[in-house]
Design a protein around this ligand. Structure first.
Ligand code: FE
Length: 190
């Protein structure tokens, strides 16, 4: 059993004009696919084969197996990213999540400000996350393929800040990309 590239949860042009079909064709169809293909090549015939993606990530992390870990984690991160955005995104969260954000960040603008600060401060490639911990919500950034999964931490949202995520649409303007994610794309339903 191999790991499969999931379909996007929306049409390739559904996030336009904020994320172009051109970007998604490369980001999903080339980058995400390459992580899946490299992962399957790396695990074929090994003890990883046949396990869930989460189990492969945990085992490769424990074994300091960077080749498997990086491709498995990037496979997971991108699937999570597609769901963190929506054609009907932006707006405001409701219910318990809204309460938790207000408790932790003061209000939604406080969350947006701290999330943007974290995304801008991530030097080079990585990810910015909203996560649930035992102590409540936290914003964290991770480098390269790293992800905040396990040890009582549950990811709630992520933004890809690798340049391949935004360069075709925003060039070097990561701040405009982060603002657009927070204002127009973030999928609070997810
Ligand atoms: Fe990416």
């Amino acid at each position: 059993m191999s790991i499969e590239l999931p379909e996007l949860p929306y049409a390739i042009d559904a996030l336009e004009p904020h994320v172009s079909a051109n970007t998604l064709e490369f980001h999903h169809g080339k980058h995400h696919k390459a992580y899946v293909d490299k992962l399957n090549a790396a695990i074929a015939g090994t003890s990883y084969e046949g396990h869930s993606l989460e189990a492969i990530i945990a085992a490769a992390r424990d074994a300091s197996d960077a080749g498997v870990f990086n491709n498995a984690a990037q496979t997971w991160n991108h699937t999570f990213l597609w769901h963190s955005m929506s054609p009907n995104g932006g707006g405001e969260p409701t219910g318990p999540l809204a309460d938790a954000i207000n408790d932790r960040f003061g209000d939604l603008d406080g969350f947006r400000s701290q999330f943007k600060q974290a995304a801008m401060a991530q030097f080079g490639s990585g990810w910015t996350w909203l996560v649930q911990t035992a102590d409540g919500l936290e914003i964290v950034s991770t480098g390269n393929a790293q992800l905040p999964l396990g040890n009582g931490v549950t990811p709630l949202l992520t933004l890809d800040v690798w340049e391949h995520a935004y360069y075709l649409d925003y060039q070097n303007k990561r701040d405009a990309y982060v603002d657009t994610f927070l204002g127009k794309l973030v999928n609070w339903e997810f």
